[in-house]
Write a protein that binds this ligand. Structure first.
Ligand code: GTQ
Length: 347
């Protein structure tokens, strides 16, 4: 590299100063930052322990109703993005609480949502005219611009992990919503209808998804997911990096269940560990069951059931299971793949 004299540097700085009023800036001063040789995540690795979250969530339940809040959620806000309601650069997550008898009123929005059930037996979500009862570990998807409301017909609190693409849609400045003219939107189909049509390995003739690019299965029940994982783990040696992983698929086209968020679930057998892998997508991991240790980038921590972790992009990740672990993930991988920049590396 040729050395730059003080005089030359001063001349350059003076030139840059005259560019600024024209709203221009010299690329060569920032090129290495804006186009680095490796992805650089701004988000921090962060763990939210359910033992800390739960009492605060219940306290929020005493402060305001679900109706008042519209959505009573404690947002998992990444410490690297204060005030921005982001869990990673592109993903939003939080824990939503519905108390017995409450309704989170019907609305629709351009962001897509997924729910991973954490506790309570009698919670429901209604989406686009159909209701589903949500049990622990169920994955429920809410397509963009579909009417949805939530309720709780039991006598215990209902809580779930919300995952939305709000920061991603926000990047395109395309976030908007609409309220319904009633607390609950009209139901037009019986519970279980979408599962019967799309969730049994059968499809209606000439099936198209009623929700465009989102899976028409709107509840992936944990009972089946768990059984499928355990049987898969019995049937073949685990992958060194992914252990036994199954992804939530759209039965119409075999792709991911949602157009902006990929979701999968991993089983790591007690006493085993995975080998580090990294990928460009940022993810949120939620511990459905089990206890173990995780290494994400430079961070090492132990985790237990119902904890949630922000895993920024291009961070090496590996897991050690102290008990049988069922780890749920969602990520922006589906968009990386569509746009052609998905990469991964395995040790
Ligand atoms: O349930 O519709 O966590 O609109 C954030 C925004 C949940 C929802 C969130 C929402 C919802």
């Amino acid at each position: 590299m040729s050395a730059v004299s003080k005089a030359e540097q001063a001349q350059r700085e003076e030139f840059y100063g005259r560019l600024a009023p024209h709203s221009m800036t010299p690329l060569w001063e920032v090129l290495k930052d804006i186009v680095p040789p490796e992805p650089r995540a701004k988000a921090a690795v962060h763990l939210w322990r359910y033992a800390d979250v739960r009492p605060l969530l219940l306290e929020a339940g005493g402060l305001l109703t679900a109706e008042e809040a519209e959505r009573r959620v404690l947002v998992f806000e990444n410490p690297s993005y204060p005030g921005q309601s982001r869990t990673t650069a592109t993903l939003y997550s939080g824990i939503q609480l519905i108390l017995p008898g409450e309704t989170a009123p019907a609305h629709r929005h351009t962001p897509s949502a997924l729910r991973f059930m954490i506790e309570g037996e009698k919670g429901f979500t209604a989406v686009g005219g159909e209701r589903t009862t949500m049990r622990e570990g169920d994955l429920v998807v809410t397509p963009a611009w579909a009417w949805h409301d939530h309720g709780n017909e039991g006598d215990a609190p209902v809580a779930w992990l919300d995952g939305l693409d709000i920061p991603m849609v926000g990047f395109f400045e395309a976030v908007f919503m609409e309220g319904y003219n009633d607390k609950r939107h009209a139901l037009t189909r019986p519970e279980g209808d979408s599962h019967a049509r799309f969730g049994e390995g059968l499809l209606p003739l000439n099936a198209t998804s009623p929700y465009g690019q989102t899976s028409p299965i709107f509840n992936y029940p944990y009972e089946r997911t768990r059984a499928a994982l355990l049987a898969s783990a019995e049937g073949a040696e685990p992958d060194p990096h992914e252990a036994t992983t199954l992804r939530y698929a759209n039965p119409v086209d075999g792709g991911w269940a949602m157009p902006t968020m990929a979701a999968w679930i991993m089983h790591v057998k007690a006493g085993t560990q995975t080998v580090p892998i990294r990928s460009t997508d940022s993810m949120v991991m939620h511990v459905a069951e089990g206890r173990g240790q995780a290494t994400v980038g430079e961070d090492q921590f132990s985790f237990s059931a119902k904890d949630t972790v922000a895993v920024p992009g291009w961070h090496w990740r590996s897991f050690t299971a102290l008990e049988d672990c069922f780890l749920f993930f969602f990520s922006d991988r589906v968009v990386h793949e569509k746009l052609g920049f998905y990469r991964e590396e395995r040790q």
